[in-house]
Structures are given as structure tokens and as C-alpha cells.
Design a protein around this ligand. Structure first.
Ligand code: SIN
Length: 472
């Protein structure tokens, strides 16, 4: 387990450290280097110098190093997953899934590194020729969240590195150990010093400010809350930095009366309780058509009641702890508000010991409650009912967020209408699982912009240059 920062290929000790704790039992796991603004500037300098080298590696050479990194992640998946569960709390099966998911971005972009094609455009005159090339942007600042401490790093860093950019990663102070483990494997994979840097810190403000205001950083890629995203956007605006923002969500999960109810319940459980409800694309509002509401709620209740909470490292655990006290308080207060306005808790609803919150089902929820507008980020399934397609589309789109949406139904004409009518960047149709390296992940509205994964994901790390040739 590495606990020093990783800057310019060196492991850096700091006098000042911060503790990382296990959310399962609050125990101390490690003391990690607490970097400051000066360390962030050093990392940027290293990345800036290394950019001149890395961008000039052939695509094939960059690709081979990325492939080495992917293979090392897969080879060490068990150890990486154990570390991830220990600092984050999610069940080990999910942590293994995250390591594989994270490695799949590295594999995908190792392949895409060789396919950064340009264009030849018919000129605008007989003597004109136009060519288009794509070039790496430069140094990228990647600010990553605690809910996916490994995969959100590889999802940003792999396309950046494939494009020829270099990176400075600032992981969450709650989960820096997975980031440092990735750095150790990057070193082993053969990235030259300075290409991949990790700046760990307790207080994100100073390092975040350096990343967003140092002119050597050409792009910021952030995953986290809309509130912090807006701040980073403002800070980045002065230098007109390129930015990608993967922010909050408020995912609707709609079940139409012609849906296969068993399948819908399965999809709902998967998208609601993944990571104890702590993902940006977790189902946040479940809308069920009135005629099948009783059947759906009964089946959903049975599944929620059967969920096993506990230590993520123990076999059979399905729901881990929440990340911190603030998450517990937020969940409890959303439920209190909903109940005060007429909602009924039918399962759970209470804090358990430590950072555990009971998997919860709440019914008779309505648009006037805070839970309708707020990203819950906890294990609470909130069920609304509706009568018509028009009504549910209005409710589903009644939010400033636009990340993921899901719906179940079989009428193909309605499937098209609803899929097109949902103001979201991603739509799951008869599925609750939409995350994959081969598709463009990202949102609209206040859920952000930019795409991660797929052929589109690398574009965010490339500048387009066009050359106009005049031939005599
Ligand atoms: C997120 O919660 O930000 C990412 C979820 C995913 O990639 O599936």
C-alpha cells in the first residue's frame, strides 16, 4: 500500500499527513501525504515537461504501455479490490467489478490510441486543399470522486494518455489509496516520469485552485457534485480552459403497464442499490403506472427486505456503509421531509450502527418533497405513481439534472417516443445497467458536458487543427 504522493516518477513523503479510514468500522487504514499548492505546481511542471516526450511517442508505443497497465490492473484485481473496499466500503464483488470496469477503459483507449484519424476536406476553391489533424491538448487535471476511486481515474486518464496528454490526478481525500495503487502499477507499466502524477491532499481547495488557474494545465476533467463542478467551471473560465464535467443526477426509473414486472424489479434493484445508492446514475425516482403499482411494489419490497448489509469484505454482503456522517444525515433528512409531507416508509428508514443506513422503501412520494429534486446518494427507493405517458415524461424531466434515465415497457412506438422525450444523456431501455467502456457516458443540463468512454471520449483530450493549403 502506497501512502506517498507520486510526482515526476518519485514517491514523495510529506511531513503533514491525513488519515484514511474504513467506513465499515471507522478504523484508521493509513496516513497519506497531504500535498499543498506548491506540490501541485511541481506535479504540473513535471507533467508539462513530460508532455514534450510523451506526445512524441508513436501511437503504437503509447498503446503498448497502456496495455501493460491494463494487464497489471487485471493481474492485481483481487488486491486492488480489497484495498478499494477497505477505503470505500462497497461489497468486494462490486469492487472487483469496478477494477475490471476501470481496466476496460484502459484496454479500449490503448486500442483507440492508434485511431486518432484526421480528415481531408474538399477545398473551397480549385487551388485549395484542406487537411484536418488532431493533437493532444496538453496537461490534464483530473479531479476524481470517492464513489468509484479506481474506475473514474482510468476513465479520464486512459483517453488522455492515449491522446498524448499527460495528467495530474487529484483523488478524493476519502479514497486516495486506490489512486496511489494505480500510480504504482503505472510506474511498473512503463510510463515515463511525469506522465502520470497523483497529488493527494486533505483539503481540495488549494490544489483545485492551482489546477484550474495554472496556465500550463490545458484541461480539467471533473467527476463530482454539481455544486463543486460550478465552482471549478468559474475558476477555469479566466483561462478559457477546456473542461469536462460529469456531475450529479436525478435518474427517473419508469415502469409502464406493459413492462415485464419481474425484469423491471431486477433492473431497479441493480440501478438503485449499486454502491449503496452512491452513484451518479443510481435510480433516484421510481415512477410506476398505477395499474401495476401494487404488483411492482410487492415484488420490490421482497427484494429490498432480502438485501444483506455488512462488511464489504465478507462474502454475501450486498450493501455496504455510506461514505460518511454527512451522507447519513442527508438521507435521514430527506426521509423526514418526505414523511412530514405525506410519504410512507414501508421498509427500513433508519440509521443502523456506524455508517450503515437500512435499505429503505418509501411510497406515496410526490413532486413537492425534497427527495423529488435531490440526488439521494443513499439506499432509498422512492416510489411515485402515474397515470399517463405525458404525465410521467413531465415528471421525469422536471429536474435540473439530465444524466441517466431508465424505463421499462414493450410498446415499440412508445419506447421511441419516451427515449426521445427524456432530457437525459443516457437512457436505459428495459435495463438498469448502462455503464460500459464502449458507450459515451455523460449528461446534459446541470449534469454536465463532455463524454467519457467510447470513440467519443478521446475527443475531449484532442484539439482539432485544420490546415488550408493553396497550390499554384
Ligand atoms: C458515477 O457514479 O459517477 C459513475 C457510475 C458509472 O460509471 O457507472
Amino acid at each position: 500500500m502506497k501512502t506517498q504522493a507520486y510526482i515526476n516518477g518519485q514517491w514523495l513523503d510529506k511531513k503533514s499527513t491525513f488519515s484514511v479510514t474504513n467506513p465499515y468500522d471507522g478504523s484508521d487504514i493509513a496516513q497519506v501525504a497531504d500535498c499543498d499548492a506548491e506540490d501541485a505546481r511541481q506535479a504540473i511542471k513535471a507533467a508539462h515537461d513530460a508532455f514534450q516526450i510523451w506526445r512524441n511517442f508513436s501511437a503504437g508505443k503509447r498503446s503498448r504501455i497502456l496495455k501493460n497497465w491494463c494487464q497489471l490492473q487485471l493481474k492485481n484485481q483481487k488486491e486492488l479490490a480489497q484495498l478499494l473496499t477497505t477505503e470505500q466500503g462497497k461489497p468486494l464483488t462490486e469492487a472487483i467489478g469496478e477494477i475490471r470496469y476501470g481496466a476496460s477503459f484502459v484496454e479500449w483507449y490503448a486500442e483507440e490510441a492508434r485511431r486518432i484519424y484526421g480528415d481531408v476536406i474538399p477545398g473551397h476553391g480549385r487551388d485549395k486543399r484542406i487537411t484536418v489533424i488532431k493533437q493532444p491538448i496538453g496537461v490534464v487535471g483530473a479531479i476524481t470522486p470517492w464513489n468509484f476511486p479506481s474506475a473514474m481515474i482510468t476513465r479520464k486518464v486512459a483517453p488522455a494518455l492515449a491522446a498524448g496528454c499527460t495528467v495530474v490526478v487529484k483523488p478524493s481525500d476519502l479514497t486516495p489509496l486506490s489512486a496511489l495503487a494505480l500510480a504504482e502499477l503505472a510506474e511498473e507499466a512503463g510510463f515515463p516520469p511525469g506522465v502520470f502524477n497523483v497529488v493527494t491532499c486533505k483539503n481540495p481547495v488549494a490544489v483545485g485552485e492551482v489546477l484550474t488557474t495554472d496556465p500550463r494545465v490545458k484541461k480539467i476533467s471533473f467527476t463530482g457534485s454539481t455544486q463543486v463542478g460550478k465552482l471549478l467551471l468559474k475558476q477555469s473560465a479566466d483561462q478559457v480552459k477546456k473542461v469536462s464535467m460529469e456531475l450529479g443526477g436525478n435518474a427517473p426509473f419508469i415502469v409502464f403497464e406493459d413492462a415485464n414486472v419481474e425484469d423491471a424489479v431486477k433492473g431497479c434493484m441493480a440501478s438503485k442499490f449499486r454502491n449503496a445508492g452512491q452513484t451518479c446514475i443510481c435510480t433516484n425516482r421510481i415512477f410506476v403506472q398505477e395499474s401495476i403499482a401494487d404488483e411492482f411494489i410487492k415484488k420490490l419490497s421482497e427484494k429490498i427486505q432480502a438485501l444483506k448489509s455488512g462488511n464489504g469484505l465478507e462474502t454475501g454482503t450486498e450493501v455496504g456503509p455510506l461514505i460518511n456522517e454527512a451522507a447519513i444525515q442527508k438521507t435521514a433528512s430527506l426521509l423526514a421531509d418526505a414523511v412530514s409531507k405525506g410519504a410512507k416508509i414501508t421498509i427500513g428508514g433508519k440509521r443502523q450502527s456506524g455508517l450503515f443506513f437500512q435499505p429503505t422503501l418509501i411510497c406515496d412520494v410526490s413532486q413537492k418533497m425534497d427527495i423529488f429534486k435531490t440526488e439521494i446518494f443513499g439506499p432509498v427507493a422512492a416510489v411515485y405513481t402515474f397515470k399517463t405517458e405525458e404525465e410521467v415524461l413531465q415528471m421525469a424531466n422536471d429536474t435540473e439534472y439530465g444524466l441517466a434515465a431508465y424505463f421499462y415497457g414493450r410498446d415499440y412506438a412508445r419506447i421511441w417516443r419516451v427515449a426521445e422525450g427524456l432530457d437525459y444523456g443516457m437512457v436505459g431501455i428495459n435495463t438498469g445497467m448502462i455503464s460500459t467502456a464502449v458507450a459515451p457516458f455523460g449528461g446534459v443540463k446541470e449534469s454536465g458536458f463532455g463524454r467519457e468512454g467510447s470513440k467519443y471520449g478521446i475527443e475531449d483530450y484532442l484539439n482539432i487543427k485544420y490546415m488550408c493549403w493553396e497550390i499554384q
